[in-house]
Design a protein around this ligand. Structure first.
Ligand code: ADP
Ligand code: ASP
Ligand code: MG
Length: 453
């Protein structure tokens, strides 16, 4: 049996009380040989990004000033939980980090061209510090915690802020770094989210990327299980911020969890499931405030549920692009030409539908949209609509259950549905509405499918 990867998100390491709970969770799993992956303390990544923004606008001092209270939280945790040499060690680590951050912010201020690579370098302090503090706290509790620099394990492309892991190198290095430690009885502690390019530059995996790090470590080590410890009691039937009475699910298949995460369920980074599927490692989502609850188990078993629908996800901030061309769909190569444009600008497309003379696509990353639109206009006339949202209704086999689509669209019959996609996989029904209407639509769909169950 491989080791067990335990990933703790920002709220699960945010203060001394959270750290005490983390110690208990790790201690209970010592026989399973835990490997710990931690996020930055909640709010630290945001403050680091704000510091970079201020520095690149010429205000490096203000950037550091607003960061200081966040850095001090590490000291408060250490003052509450550590003493003597261990406490001094944490104080030194935070002081050194503060000095380095100050210097880096000054460079960003003086040389705006360095912003992107240095942003990753700066943001990485969030996870580096939480990993350092966690390892010392585990040791103070008699657990052999050992901080490991995640940048020596996860290897990526050099696309700063959205780097893509290179699986073979990551597997090789992660195994070389971690397996000897695990074999000797240590509990390795790594920061999630951070990685390095082949040239050694620090990179990051996109917001929420610590889940993805944990999945890659789990896949590399052929772990027995990847446990994602967070602030909700598992994967819920909908986003609890929109549906307060959403209920935890005992089980999901990899395919269901991947669709839900991809279409907006923030509890998992969208790419988390992929490494787990490839190595068939189960993923469990657990609440660090209620560790005795079973949480949600995600694995390869596909189970049909009575009503068909297991959960609903939604994702605002969607832009729709429609390309219309009278000389197109009959012609060979039109779709290839269209997708080549998105590939050239390295922008992913979420949903695609076609009619006889037009193609509609949804995108959520609009950074390169102006250049994309310019190229698309060579193919036909282009219409753009902003401020939309995707709603994704998910359940194994819903394609074959009569009446699901009628029930979905009957429930939101007064809302204008601008695009529908079903059938690409048998497990989801996905459609787009205006962003203003998405919360009401999700709440009503949840009531229609889950109330009274
Ligand atoms: P962490 O910091 O532990 O990674 P996140 O904030 O990234 O935690 O993810 C957990 C949050 O995801 C929950 O607090 C909840 O608000 C949100 N969320 C959105 N959709 C779902 C869902 N379907 N099930 C559970 N949580 C969800
Ligand atoms: N700390 C990073 C973020 O806030 C990564 C993570 O928490 O998963 O996005
Ligand atoms: Mg998260």
């Amino acid at each position: 049996m491989g080791p067990m990867v335990l990933k703790f998100g920002g709220t699960s390491v945010e203060d001394a009380a959270a750290m005490r709970r983390l110690v208990g969770i790790v201690r209970d799993r010592i026989p399973q040989r835990p490997v710990v992956v931690v996020s930055a303390l909640r709010g630290v990544t945001d403050a680091l990004l704000q510091a970079v923004r201020l520095a690149s606008g010429g205000e490096a001092g203000a950037g550091l000033e607003q960061l200081d209270p966040q850095l001090e939280r590490h000291l408060h945790i250490s003052a509450e939980l550590l003493e003597g040499k261990q406490r001094e060690a944490v104080e030194r680590v935070v002081e050194v980090a503060r000095g380095e951050i100050r210097d880096l912010l000054r460079i960003v201020k003086g040389h705006p061209g360095t912003r992107l690579p240095l942003q990753d370098e700066l943001v990485a302090y969030g996870e580096r510090l939480s990993a350092a503090v966690t390892a010392v706290i585990l040791r103070s509790e008699g657990i052999a915690g050992r901080m490991v620099d995640a940048r020596g394990c996860i290897v990526t492309t050099d696309e700063h802020t959205q780097a893509v892991p290179i699986p073979t190198l990551t597997r090789e290095r992660t195994r070389a770094e971690l397996l000897p430690l695990v074999a000797e009885g240590y509990v390795p502690v790594l920061g999630g989210f951070i990685a390095s390019a082949e040239n050694g530059a620090t990179t990051t995996l996109g917001r929420g990327g610590s889940d993805y790090s944990a999945a890659m470590v789990g896949a590399a080590l052929e772990a027995a299980e990847i446990q994602i410890w967070t602030d909700v009691t598992g994967f819920l039937t909908a986003d609890p911020r929109v549906v307060p009475d959403a209920r935890p699910l005992a089980r999901l298949s990899y395919a269901e969890a991947a669709e839900l995460a991809f279409f907006g369920a923030k509890v998992l980074h969208p790419k988390t499931i992929q490494p787990a599927v490839e190595t068939n490692v189960p993923v469990r989502i657990c609440n660090s405030r209620q560790p005795e609850m079973p949480g949600t188990l995600i694995d390869s078993r596909a189970e049909l549920s009575d009503g068909g629908v297991k959960a609903i996800a939604h994702k605002p901030g969607i832009t729709l692009v429609q390309v219309t061309s009278t000389r197109m769909l009959g012609a060979y190569g039109f779709l290839r030409a269209l997708f080549e444009i998105f590939e050239k600008h390295r922008t992913g497309v979420d949903i695609v539908t076609t009619s006889e003379v037009s193609v509609s696509l949804s995108v959520d990353d609009t950074r390169r949209l102006p250049a994309i639109l310019e190229d698309l206009r060579q193919l036909g006339s282009v219409r753009v609509s902003h401020d939309n949202a995707i709603i994704c209704v998910v359940g194994e086999g819903i394609e074959n259950i009569p009446g699901v689509a009628a029930r979905v669209f009957g429930t939101v019959s007064d809302i204008n549905v601008v695009l529908i996609s079903q059938g690409a996989s048998s497990i989801n029904l996905t459609f787009v509405v205006s962003e203003d209407e998405v919360t009401s639509a999700v709440a009503r769909l949840h009531a229609a499918f889950f109330s009274g169950l």
